[in-house]
Design a protein around this ligand. Structure first.
Ligand SMILES: [Zn+2]
Length: 769
């Protein structure tokens, strides 16, 4: 055989096979899902991302000139239980660490969202429902709305009145002289407000009234005028509080004295300074015991003591004194109804107290699982991010609440009155505790701007919650029996499918403000958590993901990250290009749908096929002059039954001759000689490109998993053709057999087509919801 002829033949084949692939793919284009973007999906996000600068680097880390301002508070708070009213006095020191002169300061008045005439009350369109409960009807159409706004009684600097302007939930202090870089400003503030009932008047804080014994249980937050954040990204973050977008807060040191009825028990952000003044002798000795109990909680205030106190209604008061350093907020919870338990937990060699506070209405569920869930969460999250830096973490039981503050959070999960509870209540309670305790990491320490980016804390936290729940299930198998694993509500890819394939009209990209999305739970919690889980399991792998995630947490611990800081760090620390992933999952409402469009079974032959000859001629090659190897489809008229069951070398003497002439015996032994050739056209109706995972089942029953990189879709977003050569006959192909990618339509995932219940449907049924 002539070497030159062979070479030119090879070149022609290389050339035409490339063209063929492109042509056939172009012909196969299908109508596509509507989307929000129309660029090459692998294009870098330069235009979308903020430009890196000296404050935030292109690597996603704090830059050389990174700064953050600080606000320290000294406060005296008095809770009037009889009138459900809170009075406060504060001395605030604000440190301007920015390079900018500040002519005014913005202070957040969150309680103003509950002013009688607050615009927030009218922010949603409302119709009259055809049927309503009397309670709902009265509250909607007959009652005056509750007046729970802040009443500012004094605002002074060194005793002199300050000029200020209130715009809804924001208060601007106008400074006589601008606050210079590096300087601080002190001011004093006095205020009061009516505390809302958080059951009847849904809110992130307030009180629950227990009519049977006449007591209230308070979970109090946003109770003081809080400094807004000033930074390199927003200037002042003074976007109004409307209710859905949570908070943006600077770090600071707190000294807070809280005066409540003498028979109350309290927990709060910070270290209790006068435990001996507020605990009984018995409580003190049980507390000392709890410090050494690492496997089970010690009851510090018993249910019997709490029930006794429920009757007392003391007229005396006690002041609880707390100090906290480097926290971004402060919350407290108090009632005479509270039972208190504690357990020491070793977090990376440091003792942290896991604490629970609950009324008897939470038992027996709360004494059983709350504190254990707290301790287990601290360990799981510390492993994923950084060592938990505070000395305690408190879980408070409050009906209908799931809300987080530094070191303390409110959680739902209440048994029926007879003490019985369903699995739904139990796992709901454990999950919400894991979630809210987890918020200590995001956003209490990795202090993102919740007002603008709800997903940054909720999404990251819900993802970490998923891992922590699975670990909780492993640590306490008795809690999940007879289930094999903890029944996580969010994180598993298949669970986000109903949302992602839903009506596009009611879906917003993850990168949306929480006020402007239709389904906040799916948008800010479920979808980002699932995306991160898929990123870890399917795109990056545990090792690369875990390192990058930890790097992000360390870089931004006690700082204020933006979404770009997260996106950039995940790439920077892993060398995995993820722009396509962020674009698809975070910036659009596209979904994942990949499948098998067509499978052709092919054989090698010496007999020139019509299609093969035309092909060569089209590109100026003479079929008579070329020793070509032809490929024939099993279904075509030109197919010869004799080709079946034989290998390529057996079917083509041209091929055999070439191999004999050009390879030594040793080299020939290493050559494969496939019997079966398949041309598979994979399709991608979904807008998000994802790695293509295919399971091949062979005639002998064996299976093989093939993972094609996502880059397969970079030139053609619609279809991708793959030639597969194998020694064993393929009898079945399944795309994404383990449901890793949140594929919204699995009807096109299997070849040959199956008409039976899909694996996804079976999976959904097995979950029972
Ligand atoms: Zn949350």
């Amino acid at each position: 055989m002539n070497k030159l002829r062979l070479l030119s033949f090879a070149l022609v084949m290389l050339f035409v096979s490339g063209l063929q692939a492109q042509e056939s793919e172009a012909e196969e284009q299908q109508p596509k899902q509507e989307g929000h973007e129309n660029n090459n999906k692998f294009k870098q996000l330069y235009e979308t991302f903020a430009t890196p600068n000296q404050y935030r680097t292109g690597a996603g880390a704090p830059g050389e000139a990174y700064y953050q301002n600080q606000a320290d508070y000294k406060m005296d708070i008095v809770l009037d239980d009889k009138n459900t009213r809170l009075d406060g006095e504060a001395e605030v020191t604000y440190y301007n660490n920015s390079p900018d002169k500040l002519e005014y300061l913005w202070v957040q008045l969150d309680q103003n969202v509950r002013k009688k005439d607050a615009p927030a009350l009218e922010r949603n369109p409302s119709g009259m429902s055809p049927v309503a409960t009397p309670q709902r009807f009265v509250s909607q159409h007959m009652e005056e709305s509750f007046d729970g706004g802040f009443n500012i009684v004094g605002l002074t600097h060194d005793g002199d009145k300050l000029n200020y302007t209130i715009n809804q939930t924001m208060l601007r202090i106008d400074l006589e002289e601008a606050l210079e870089p590096g300087e601080s400003f002190e001011f004093e503030m006095k205020w009061w407000y009516n505390i809302n009932n958080h059951i009847t008047d849904r809110a992130r804080s307030g009180y629950e009234h227990f009519p049977k014994d006449g007591n209230n249980a308070y979970v109090i937050a946003q109770f003081f005028p809080r400094m807004a954040v000033y930074n390199d990204v927003e200037g002042w973050q003074n976007m109004q509080f409307w209710g859905s977008g949570e908070f943006a807060l600077p770090f600071g040191d707190y000294e807070v004295n809280i005066t409540v009825p003498a028979d109350h028990i309290m927990e709060a952000t910070g270290e209790l300074q006068n435990r001996k003044d507020v605990y009984t002798k018995e409580m003190m000795s049980r507390y000392e015991k709890a410090k050494k109990s690492y496997d089970k909680p010690v009851i510090v205030r018993t249910q019997a003591e709490a029930e006794e106190a429920e009757k007392s209604f003391s007229n005396k008061t006690k002041t609880w004194k707390y100090k906290a350093e480097m926290v971004r907020d402060f919350g407290f919870s108090t009632s005479r109804k509270f039972i208190l338990d504690m357990m020491a937990t070793d977090v990376g060699g440091k003792d942290v107290m896991a604490v629970s506070l609950y009324p008897k209405e939470g038992n027996p569920l709360w004494e059983e699982w709350s504190t254990k869930a707290v301790a287990s969460t601290l360990k799981s999250y510390s492993k994923q991010t950084f060592q938990y830096p505070y000395h305690k973490a408190v879980s408070v039981h409050a009906r209908n609440q799931g809300m987080e503050y530094p070191m303390i959070c409110w959680n739902y999960g209440r048994p029926d009155e007879d003490g019985t509870y369903s699995d739904r209540v139990k796992f709901g309670m454990i999950s919400v505790i894991i979630h809210e305790i987890g918020h200590n990491f995001f956003p209490m320490i990795v202090n993102s701007d919740e007002r603008q980016w709800g997903w940054m804390d909720e999404g990251l936290n819900t993802f970490s919650q998923y891992l922590a729940e699975q670990e909780f299930g492993e640590k306490y198998p008795e809690a999940i029996t007879p289930l094999e694993q903890y029944p996580s509500r969010r994180g598993i890819p298949a669970k986000i499918v109903p949302y992602m394939k839903g009506n596009q009209k009611y879906i917003a990209p993850i990168m949306s403000n929480p006020e402007n999305v239709y389904q906040l739970g799916n948008n800010a919690y479920g979808k980002p958590a699932t995306a991160l889980n898929i990123l870890r399991e399917t795109v990056m792998g545990h090792e690369l993901f875990d390192h990058a995630y930890k790097t992000f947490a360390h870089r931004w611990m006690f700082k204020h990250p933006t979404p770009e800081d997260f996106f950039r760090t995940m790439e920077d620390a892993s060398a995995v290009d993820l722009d396509w992933f962020w674009r698809g999952w975070f910036y659009t409402t596209h979904n994942v749908d990949m499948g098998i469009k067509e499978v052709k079974k092919l054989y090698v032959t010496d007999n020139a096929t019509k299609e093969g000859k035309e092909f060569l001629e089209r590109y100026g090659a003479d079929p008579e002059e070329i020793d070509a190897i032809y490929v024939v489809e099993e279904d075509s008229e030109e197919f010869d039954e004799n080709l079946k069951g034989k290998s390529a070398l057996e079917n083509s003497s041209t091929l055999k001759e070439y191999v004999m002439d050009n390879f030594s015996e040793e080299e020939r032994r290493k050559l494969k000689d496939p019997k079966y050739f398949y041309q598979v056209i994979f399709e991608k109706p979904g807008g998000i490109p994802m790695p293509l995972i295919v399971e091949f089942t062979y005639a002998d029953g064996s299976t093989e998993m093939k993972r094609y990189p996502v880059q397969l879709w970079r030139m053609n977003d619609e279809v991708a053709t793959k030639a597969i050569a194998t020694n064993k006959e393929i009898v079945k192909m399944v795309v994404d057999p383990n449901l890793e990618t949140a594929d919204v339509d699995v009807n096109n995932n299997t070849w040959p087509k199956e008409e039976t219940t899909s694996k996804f449907e079976e999976f959904k049924e097995s979950l029972g919801n």
